[in-house]
Design a protein around this ligand. Sequence first.
Ligand SMILES: *[C@@H]1O[C@H](CO)[C@@H](O)[C@H](O)[C@H]1NC(C)=O
Ligand SMILES: *[C@@H]1O[C@H](CO)[C@@H](O)[C@H](O)[C@H]1NC(C)=O
Ligand SMILES: *[C@@H]1O[C@H](CO)[C@@H](O)[C@H](O)[C@H]1NC(C)=O
Ligand SMILES: *[C@@H]1O[C@H](CO)[C@@H](O)[C@H](O)[C@H]1NC(C)=O
Ligand SMILES: *[C@@H]1O[C@H](CO)[C@@H](O)[C@H](O)[C@H]1NC(C)=O
Ligand SMILES: *[C@@H]1O[C@H](CO)[C@@H](O)[C@H](O)[C@H]1NC(C)=O
Ligand SMILES: *[C@@H]1O[C@H](CO)[C@@H](O)[C@H](O)[C@H]1NC(C)=O
Ligand SMILES: *[C@@H]1O[C@H](CO)[C@@H](O)[C@H](O)[C@H]1NC(C)=O
Ligand SMILES: *[C@@H]1O[C@H](CO)[C@@H](O)[C@H](O)[C@H]1NC(C)=O
Length: 717
Amino acid sequence: MWKFILLALFCGSFVSAKEYKICRSSSGNNDDECARIKKGDSSVSCVKVLDATDCALKLIKNEVDFGVFTPDELFLIYQVFPNRIKVSHELRHRERTEEIFEHQMVALVSLNETTGDLNSFKDGGLCHPGFVETQSFNDRILKEFERSATGSECNEELTYAENELLNLNKFFGKSCRPGRWVADQTLDATLKQKYPELCALCGNKTACSYTNSENHGHIGALECVKEKRGRVAYVALNYARDYVNNNYAKVPMFQMLCSNGTLKRLEFDNPCAWVQQRWSVIAAREDSADELAPKLTKWLVSSNSDDWTKALRDIVIRDDLTAKPLPKLIPHSVYLSENRTASSLDLPEYKKCGKGIHWCTINEAEKSKCQWVANAAAIFGITPKISCEKTSSYFECFRSISEGKTDIMTIDSHYGYVARKGFSLSTVIYADIDGEQSNVVLAVIKNSASSNFSSLQDLKGKRACFPEYGGISWMSFLNVVRKTNLTSHGTSCDFKQIASEIWSEACVPGIEDSNYKRLQISSSADGKSSLCSLCSEYNCQANDKNIYFRDDGALKCIENNVADIAFIKTKNLNDFTVIANQDQYRVLCKNGSLATNTGFNVDDNCTWAITIDSEVVSRNTNSEVDESNIVEVLLKLDKWFSYYRTPIHLYKQFNNTKDLLFKDSTVSLVSKTSDYKKIQAYKELMAETEKCSPSSATLSFLSASLLILSLIFNVVP
Ligand SMILES: *[C@@H]1O[C@H](CO)[C@@H](O)[C@H](O)[C@H]1NC(C)=O
Ligand SMILES: *[C@@H]1O[C@H](CO)[C@@H](O)[C@H](O)[C@H]1NC(C)=O
Ligand SMILES: *[C@@H]1O[C@H](CO)[C@@H](O)[C@H](O)[C@H]1NC(C)=O
Ligand SMILES: *[C@@H]1O[C@H](CO)[C@@H](O)[C@H](O)[C@H]1NC(C)=O
Ligand SMILES: *[C@@H]1O[C@H](CO)[C@@H](O)[C@H](O)[C@H]1NC(C)=O
Ligand SMILES: *[C@@H]1O[C@H](CO)[C@@H](O)[C@H](O)[C@H]1NC(C)=O
Ligand SMILES: *[C@@H]1O[C@H](CO)[C@@H](O)[C@H](O)[C@H]1NC(C)=O
Ligand SMILES: *[C@@H]1O[C@H](CO)[C@@H](O)[C@H](O)[C@H]1NC(C)=O
Ligand SMILES: *[C@@H]1O[C@H](CO)[C@@H](O)[C@H](O)[C@H]1NC(C)=O
């Protein structure tokens, strides 16, 4: 009997149609389609993914069956997963279904030119479409021609970007190359002044732009050659075709300059292109591709407009596209290498000039994300090159960067002082989060103890808890106390003495730990001090064995009546019950008054410090050029990998792990010269504390047991 039921169940599930899962990017407005796709006897369901990288990781783990990918995305995925993915359909434009490539870049010259020898175009002027805001082509596409045509001299005293401009200027002379040359606006303006010839052929020289900005500068570039201002236009083939075909008299105007040094009549079917990019595709897991492909073909051409296949078409065939089945299924590697001039599927390599950028990561998961980002950067033509190094802890990265083995990492502002004081690191760029989101340090007491606090003097003799020695809360407290001469030590840098004079007892995790030696600016003898007594049970350790460690821990101190007051960065609280019950607490303002209301929501004057959330740091001895190269790369990553359609999100989780490379709360990067209030306040705090120099004896090296520090990024080393 049971056997029979089981058999029936088995057959039942066997008969019911298999459901295929499609990747659906979670940004954008697509809930509707994913709801509609479930309609009736649907064979497809949605799986939310962040981006193409996320989709690929899920494909490999058998969590999804298929998705839509751009050629750049496919190329990125191929670097790590060279097998197990097959391409079944191409998504071509309805009016261009016979074209193999979606994009091709060509170099067009006037009909009176007689040779294709590149050297004969020296000082001839380049008409480039430019890097205008609307331009969606990445640097690899837009710079391919000049990167091959011009020289590769490298002046080590200039940034990578400036060397490119210099070589371009030396070769082509007066040109027009509109838009942003570098991501930093101030630097861009400086470069525009320094290389005015590169805007000299533009219609509007001051704005460095064509008078006709149609098609993102491509039409302006064509007119530039047509009017014989410059001798070469580097443009997209389809814009050139539209321009020539719309030309009233239809007289030939251009010929093509090929990369093998020949000229060729302009024909659109068989151009000599400098860059070719195929269409987006539908790709599937190898083991479901064979049975899925014919079904997809059927679903995608169905004209039934009110069943689930309509939703599938809405997801897959956006805009004016049409799905064209390939003659046969091919591995993605074959799709990428077919019909290409370059035969290799290696990552593009660019001219070497100066040093690359070595990103320090603290575990395998972070290194893996770093590698994907570095590959994506290479595919998008972002220079200089990024490489990724792995260490096993936060502190090891501090050391690695300070010794010049690696260059950058992101740190929570909590470690701003440790990184500066202990390892001579400094800010390269700030990571900004959405809104103000309580990036402040507060002194918190139990509301019921309010009557015991009415001025800063009342702090004396009380018991206090801090998240960690050397952390932002500790530094903010000392900064205020030193400024207000609350102790007999005035503005002395003997932090331990100042704190010992104020508190009867305290818990400052890490203060006795040899790992933090570099930070000790103390003349007082080491040994058990009152600054550890409240957490003595946990030996004053700066790790999770100490329940009073970190911001949640410090607050637990007052909750447990171990201390009267705690200093915390509220953004780092993870304990949601505390946040929900914050009305039990009251904030003591830095001027000694109690906040009018309970809870953590106080005005800025009441905070002990306003801080940023996190920052990217490097050595403070970097040359201006090295730093400028780093900033340029970071800003380019921010531009290309933080918005809606990106192959990989810089600020979102990767492979189900949060806070890798950057915190997930980051929304953008902000220049260190920014005049944002929080950045100014943070800088002042750091400058103030940096004035205290450590005693030379304690500069001996720190061993790094920074399990703890890596925990700030919530990852297990
Ligand atoms: C083509 O015409 C332009 C402008 O008249 C001139 O500068 C250029 O030298 C000519 N090229 C040749 C190869 O004659
Ligand atoms: C050039 O562009 C600037 C800034 O967009 C504008 O103010 C100026 O009027 C333009 N000049 C000409 C000649 O079009
Ligand atoms: C140069 O390349 C073009 C287009 O790829 C081709 O038609 C032509 O035969 C090549 N010429 C030489 C000399 O290789
Ligand atoms: C593109 O590649 C396919 C497969 O190798 C081949 O059949 C086709 O002729 C190629 N087309 C062109 C224009 O190179
Ligand atoms: C993703 O994480 C898993 C373990 O959770 C690991 O085995 C795998 O290698 C990771 N994949 C990548 C691409 O990092
Ligand atoms: C206020 O301070 C007094 C004296 O130190 C102490 O006995 C009392 O418990 C404190 N009140 C609260 C609510 O902490
Ligand atoms: C603190 O003391 C120093 C020297 O003792 C004095 O110069 C300074 O003005 C004092 N600051 C305040 C806020 O009282
Ligand atoms: C903070 O204090 C400054 C100077 O005392 C004052 O101008 C400002 O209005 C205060 N801001 C708030 C939000 O109370
Ligand atoms: C201290 O600062 C708070 C917050 O801005 C303010 O409400 C209070 O009036 C100030 N107290 C004094 C004595 O200035």
